[in-house]
Design a protein around this ligand. Structure first.
Ligand code: HEC
Ligand code: HEC
Length: 191
């Protein structure tokens, strides 16, 4: 706990410029989460559409991604600075916290169903409803479309590494990536 507390202080100090003297002695996990909420908001509606929604995401997947940001195998300048001082137990606590949050999102009126056809290529792993059965694979249901689209492009270019997803993204045209991203975003969600 002490270590996590120190990490949090460093994190605030280096990333948000908040005076270390303001640090309380509360539990580390809620404090750590405050640093995340500026971008991974508690209010899904107003969240920046190119940032991912973490609420209700699979714990094993979140842990794997945080480790990847920390060791640099997944590159993102925003996330790298935030996770570099996190311990393994900080990562587990953060991943657990977000995986336990309920994610409620109203379904949007789907005006373009072409994405549903593209989705047929995704269901074997991401589930028929967009919720995976494997804890290390991400749910897509209700995720922001800008974020999904960007990630598909990053997989296609090899900027984001995944043997499976690099191949799948490359099999899709730019238009299909956009359509399937929109399709998942349009789906409602209650978990
Ligand atoms: C300054 C904004 C910002 C802050 C603060 C921030 N993030 Fe992020 N986060 C992002 C962005 C942007 C991405 C998408 C990166 C990409 O495009 O690969 C991301 C991606 C992620 C992902 C990957 C999600 C997925 O679906 O693959 C996880 C997990 C994550 N952040 C957790 C956290 C945690 C935990 C914290 C707090 C310690 C945090 N983030 C703080 C901006 C932020
Ligand atoms: C054979 C299994 C498999 C299939 C089929 C598959 N995926 Fe994936 N997908 C994965 C795995 C595994 C990951 C996690 C990759 C990693 O560890 O970074 C992933 C990650 C993703 C991500 C990143 C999510 C995030 O939160 O950052 C997106 C977006 C995605 N897949 C979209 C799709 C779409 C769209 C399709 C269908 C066109 C699809 N996937 C088909 C296995 C699959």
């Amino acid at each position: 706990m002490k270590c996590a507390q120190r990490n949090w202080s460093l994190l605030l100090f280096s990333c948000l410029g908040i005076n270390l003297g303001l640090m309380g002695s509360a539990h580390a996990a809620p404090k750590l989460i405050e640093a995340c909420e500026a971008c991974h908001s508690t209010n899904m509606v107003s969240q920046v559409p190119s940032y991912p929604i973490l609420h209700g995401q699979k714990q094993g997947y979140l842990e794997k991604q945080l480790e990847a940001f920390r060791d640099g195998t997944r590159e993102n300048p925003m996330m790298a600075g935030l996770v570099q001082n996190l311990s393994d137990s900080d990562i587990t606590e953060l991943a657990q916290h977000y995986s336990q949050q309920t994610f409620v999102k109203e379904a949007k009126q789907a005006s373009d169903r072409r994405g549903a056809d593209v989705r047929a290529r995704c269901v074997s792993c991401h589930g028929l409803s967009g919720n995976t059965v494997n804890t290390e694979w991400p749910n897509l249901l209700g995720q922001n479309h800008d974020y999904i689209f960007n990630q598909l492009n990053k997989f296609a270019s090899g900027e984001r590494k995944s043997v499976i997803m690099e191949q799948i993204a490359n099999e899709l045209t730019l238009e299909q990536r956009k359509q399937v991203a929109l399709y998942y975003d349009q789906q409602g969600r209650t978990q």
